[in-house]
Design a protein around this ligand. Sequence first.
Ligand SMILES: NC(=O)c1ccc[n+]([C@@H]2O[C@H](COP(=O)([O-])OP(=O)(O)OC[C@H]3O[C@@H](n4cnc5c(N)ncnc54)[C@H](O)[C@@H]3O)[C@@H](O)[C@H]2O)c1
Length: 377
Amino acid sequence: MTPMETVRIGIIGGGLMGRELAAVCGRWLHLVDHPVKPEVVAVADLNEDALNWFKRVPTVTTLTADWHDLVNDRDIDVLYIAVPHNLHEEIYLAAAASGKDFLGEKPFGIDLAAAIAITDAVVKSSTFVRVSSELPFYPGAQRCFEIARSGALGELVDVRSGFSHSSDLDRNKGINWKRRQATCGEIGVMGDLGMHVAHVPLRLGWVPSDVYALLDNIVTERPSPTGPADCDTWDNALLAMRTPAEAGRDFTMLWETRRIAPGQMNTWYFEALGMDSGVRFSTRTPATYQHFVVRDGQQIWEEIQPGNISAWPVISGAIFEFGFADALLQMWASYLAERAGALGDRFGTATAQEALTAHRVFDAALRSSQTRTAITL
Ligand SMILES: NC(=O)c1ccc[n+]([C@@H]2O[C@H](COP(=O)([O-])OP(=O)(O)OC[C@H]3O[C@@H](n4cnc5c(N)ncnc54)[C@H](O)[C@@H]3O)[C@@H](O)[C@H]2O)c1
């Protein structure tokens, strides 16, 4: 076995997701024969407490308040940029201009104009850039993707892809950057959860042509240290879409993103139905996926336990349960293997082009909601 090349990673934005990456690198031994070994060596964050957390990571040698230090650091191979959405464009453009490879958090720019500018810059640069979306790496989701990609579904009838949680059900939860248009974006919940929902359909080539959107802002005010503050982002978004199929007939596709879905903790799901067969997977029942078949004239939903068979092989037992942290590990394994030219035909992390297409859909959804009409993309 050849020795693994070390990839030095700088994190810009050491919050919730930045810490997750440090933990992912700490358990890289789970992967079998991965071509590289990532190490977080530097972190940039304005918040001192956030920086201090990384003092427990033995490979980190640089802690700074200025993200430019990481963009300009020749000893850093890859950046992970996980900052509020209003900062995506400036930092992603700077990373591309300096020739740094990066994994950018979704939604990849605060709005469509930012996503276009970032994607143009990435295309013109020689940088290897992908966009964060880890939930399709669940084994059950992978099996559904493979069945759909094989063509076994037959003529497509209906596709549904959604992500719902309820962390905003509590009206007394304080305001934060994700609940303000200025920092989260006018697209609101679609910026927060939409890329997760778009990744699998877009990877299957299912690009909608028309969008009709129902957007809902349920909680319009939240507590802040200085009193009630405007909470002006969309909480929930339901997008009904016409989607052209290869067969020439359009099929229906629904993308659902909700921050207020009573009863849902953090549910990502994907369902695709065709005339011959169907698949569905939900993180609510993460150990199983369902496969629809017609056998001897009977319509049957079979439940299958895929086991811990992930896109990149792991040392864990094939019967052990898979969870969110495993999905993140798989996404990073995929990103770094693809960067090293070693991904093969395994599932790839979302591309800049997919993020841009998702933004086009979200932008159309805003216009649909304003005009109460369907918008052609
Ligand atoms: N892939 C996922 O499952 C997932 C989950 C949550 C969030 N996200 C995305 O990750 C990104 C960050 O979200 P989060 O939940 O980690 O947010 P967070 O608020 O927990 O962390 C963001 C960090 O950025 C820092 N920051 C702000 N301005 C900065 C600047 N100028 N320079 C350096 N650091 C700065 C903040 O101090 C904070 O520590 C967003 O794009 C979000 O949509 C992805």
